[in-house]
Design a protein around this ligand. Structure first.
Ligand code: M6R
Length: 607
């Protein structure tokens, strides 16, 4: 999940490399580096930490060249120090890499036995060393790369640069994405089109196993067997790639506050303009043909699946299985033609989710992606890609992608209910009327931000925090805990309210805040009983409900947050706001790095 960039340009590319890396920093920010061919010779600069550290190094010791590669790292093998930072260099070759070379130890031992001296602990260095070894045997750069690629096991996107070769760059992909950018007398490589947005919108996505030899005049792509192939060039919509914070201090708040508008946009994609019916996207599933839905994702996207399980089962009567992709892919679950599998991913590049997709392809009746990045690997490999229309999500902690994923799932659940004869036209219209209220109700919920900021001042002092929810609000408790952990580094757990007394209640004392998500629904009184059990043991309850719920719950809570009343169907969307803003304000109270929390990366392209 590192970001890579390569440029064969007409003028000095150093600052363009750094600008591209800024757009890739969401992939990792443990270290960054660039290498350029300067007067025919490779020169490189690397720095530990955020890109600003590399910029400082480049300012102190500038380099320049018209050909260059760059990298922003999320450490897998070896600590985040300068020696392990990319580009890695061995003699006349420099390399940047995203992925993991799984057989690096065997290759390293082989190369060390031949006298090669390694200077890092990374898996990547073998890529540079092996290539240098082949070059030393007299192979051309192209042949050296081709021979090397055949030796690697694992996943990689690679960009190679060579001493003395001002008009040559070689890229390769297997398991990790790599895009080729076309300019006027310039050529580019990038982990994604977003990195290349300031320089070109003409993109060719390399396919699995492809590698490419670039000069400023163009690129020749080869497939995994070494056959010359051509791949389509697409023009990407750069407007969709605008990335700025607007008036917000952080991308995270910008994205949280964008939710009503992006959800409305997502809805317009799945509803007829008169809001009478769910539109059936071309190739959309016929839910009468499936006995079961299997929903697979990671992290926040998985919690969207968890909410969707309640909706599909309750609204459409479809049995649903859910799993996190990292477990699903290895447990060899039986999947057949009467199963539809839905993979959910904001980035569309999450390695485990992509592997789960490849596992079900050819087994399931239909493989559907619910996706934010339309050009991503998961979108391209699924039978059908359903866009969530959230727009670029920059903050590492996911927010608007979650509510847009829920929007798409809500529409699909209504569609499934209609197809399966559980909703007539009037009932479908009534459900849609509820759904289209969601953006407005979220807008109202955002007005409760000051209450959340105030509660966060107290939460920031806690060591452990519990979140409780029932029914479709249980996944929101899990999401609230995940958001709080990743943003504020406070230990937090989400539990189904009724499960608390089966063990976790032992954790309760006056130092552990317990946040209860309790919309007024069929389960409200049961949730309040669980809340009373906590308070009876000295627990500090923060109740999140609407005015009626707060009144009905009575005395004894430590604090309350009042959200607008809403139909229970859309409550999981509305309660996403406190899940996100409580974490956000707790983090700002603690002074953590909200948009780029420690140890994380936005796009998890390694398993
Ligand atoms: O891009 P994806 O939706 O596939 O990413 C899945 C998770 O990595 C992601 O949701 C992660 O859990 C976020 N940091 C949560 O805020």
């Amino acid at each position: 999940m590192c970001g890579i960039i390569g440029i064969l340009g007409k003028a000095d590319v150093t600052s363009v490399l750094v600008e591209a890396l800024r757009r890739l920093e969401y992939r990792g920010y443990d270290s960054a580096g660039v290498a350029v061919v300067s007067d025919g010779t490779l020169a490189r600069r690397r720095a530990v930490g955020k890109l600003s550290e590399l910029e400082a190094v480049l300012e102190a010791t500038p380099i320049s060249g018209k050909s260059g590669i760059g990298h922003t790292r999320w450490a897998t093998h070896g600590a985040p120090n300068e020696a392990n930072a990319h580009p890695h260099r061995a003699g006349p070759v420099a390399v940047v890499h995203n992925g993991i070379i799984e057989n690096f130890q065997a290759l390293r031992a082989e190369l060390v036995a031949k006298g090669r001296v390694f200077t890092s602990e990374t898996d990547t260095e073998v890529v540079a060393q092996l290539c240098a070894d082949y070059l030393a045997q007299g192979l051309s750069p192209q042949a050296a790369v081709a021979q090397s690629l055949a030796r690697f096991e694992g996943a990689f996107a690679l960009a190679y640069l060579f001493d003395g070769e001002d008009d040559l760059m070689i890229g390769a992909r297997r398991g990790s994405p790599l895009a080729l950018g076309h300019g006027e007398g310039e050529m580019y490589l990038g982990s994604d089109a977003m990195a290349l947005a300031p320089v070109t919108n003409r993109i060719t996505y390399l396919e699995e196993g492809d590698w490419v030899v670039l000069s400023r005049a163009g690129g020749q792509i080869y497939d995994a067997l070494g056959n010359a192939v051509s791949r389509a060039e697409t023009v990407v919509n750069l407007d969709a790639m605008q990335v700025d914070k607007g008036n917000h201090r952080h991308f995270m708040t910008k994205e949280i506050f964008e939710q009503p508008s992006v959800m409305a946009l997502a809805m317009s994609h799945y509803l007829t303009s008169d809001h009478n019916q769910i539109t059936v996207p071309e190739g959309a599933p016929d839910f009468t043909k499936f006995d079961r839905l299997v929903l697979v994702a990671c992290g926040t996207a998985f919690y969207a699946c968890h909410v969707a399980k309640y909706w599909f089962e309750q609204v459409a009567g479809v049995p649903v299985e859910i799993d996190v992709a990292s477990e699903f892919r290895y447990r060899a679950p039986p999947i057949g033609p009467r199963d539809a599998v839905i993979l959910v991913s904001q980035s569309g590049e999450t390695a485990d989710t992509l592997a789960a997709l490849r596992y079900v392809k050819g087994k399931a009746g239909q493989v559907i992606a619910v996706i934010n990045a339309p050009e991503s690997s998961i979108a391209r490999e699924a039978d059908l890609a359903l866009p969530i229309k959230a727009g670029v999500e920059v903050s590492v902690a996911s927010s608007k992608a979650f509510t847009c994923q829920l929007t798409v799932f809500a529409a699909l659940a209504i569609l499934a209910a209609r197809q399966r004869g559980l909703l007539d036209a009037a009932a479908e219209k009534a459900m849609i009327e509820v759904l289209v209220q969601a953006p407005r109700v979220l807008d109202e919920a955002l007005k409760a931000e000051p209450q959340m900021a105030e509660a966060a001042r107290e939460l920031a002092k806690a060591r452990d925090i519990l979140f409780l929810g029932r029914g479709p609000l249980y996944p929101l408790a899990l999401e609230g805990a995940l958001k709080l952990k990743e943003l504020s580094y406070i230990h937090a757990e989400g539990y189904a309210s009724g499960e608390l007394k089966h063990g976790p209640i032992a954790l309760i004392d006056e130092s552990v805040p317990v946040i209860c998500f309790a919309p007024v629904d069929d389960l409200f009184d049961k949730t309040v009983s669980n809340m009373q059990e906590v308070m009876a043991r000295g627990g500090k309850v923060l109740l999140v409900s609407d005015a009626e719920g707060i009144k009905r719950a009575g005395e004894g809570t430590w604090a309350t947050i009042e959200l607008p009343a809403c139909d229970p169907f859309i409550a999981p969307m509305v309660y996403a706001i406190p899940a996100q803003l409580l974490a956000y304000h707790t983090a700002t109270e603690k002074g953590t790095d909200v948009d780029q929390p420690r140890n994380l990366a936005k796009s998890v392209t390694v398993e």
